[in-house]
Write a protein that binds this ligand. Structure first.
Ligand SMILES: [Fe+2]
Length: 151
């Protein structure tokens, strides 16, 4: 397995603080998964982190979609479809982990996450950045509504 760093870096910023923080959180869960895998025999802990990753992904996607919507981002539907496909991919790994998270499975999961996180953030997420410029108030408001709706 290629061992490249799994850090969120400044160049991944999409210019919206709350979204950058979500992305950092996803990276940190990913990092936890990777180190648990290196420790070995951590199937239960891996399933726990993977569950958290799945749930946080869903939470983050909904927040991001709300932000894109309030910024009138024109490619929201396409972006939403990609989110749905990714969440389904994570779910497949989660289901597989129920039968025991072996090293092979976590390695494939790591590759899937790494390619996806980096490419998606650097490509599709960065694409909405220009639409968010000057929309701080709208974004903050929609985020407060979003957070209130998830309580
Ligand atoms: Fe996205």
């Amino acid at each position: 397995m290629k061992k490249v760093p799994v850090e969120w870096t400044d160049e991944m910023s999409v210019g919206v603080d709350i979204i950058d923080k979500d992305h950092q959180k996803l990276f940190s869960l990913f990092k936890q998964l990777r180190s648990l895998n290196e420790e070995g025999n951590q199937s239960e802990a891996i399933t726990k982190v993977l569950t958290e990753l799945y749930e946080y992904t869903d939470y983050h996607f909904k927040r991001e979609e709300a932000v894109m919507e309030v910024c009138s981002y024109p490619h929201l539907n396409r972006h939403r479809q990609v989110h749905t496909a990714f969440a389904a991919g994570v779910k497949r790994f989660l289901d597989a982990a129920a039968g025991g998270a072996d090293e092979f499975m976590v390695n494939s999961l790591s590759e899937f996450l790494e390619d996806w996180l980096k490419e998606h953030i650097m490509g599709m997420d960065k694409d909405y950045e220009t639409w968010t410029v000057g929309k701080n108030n709208e974004i903050n408001e929609v985020n407060l509504d979003f957070e209130a709706s998830r309580k």
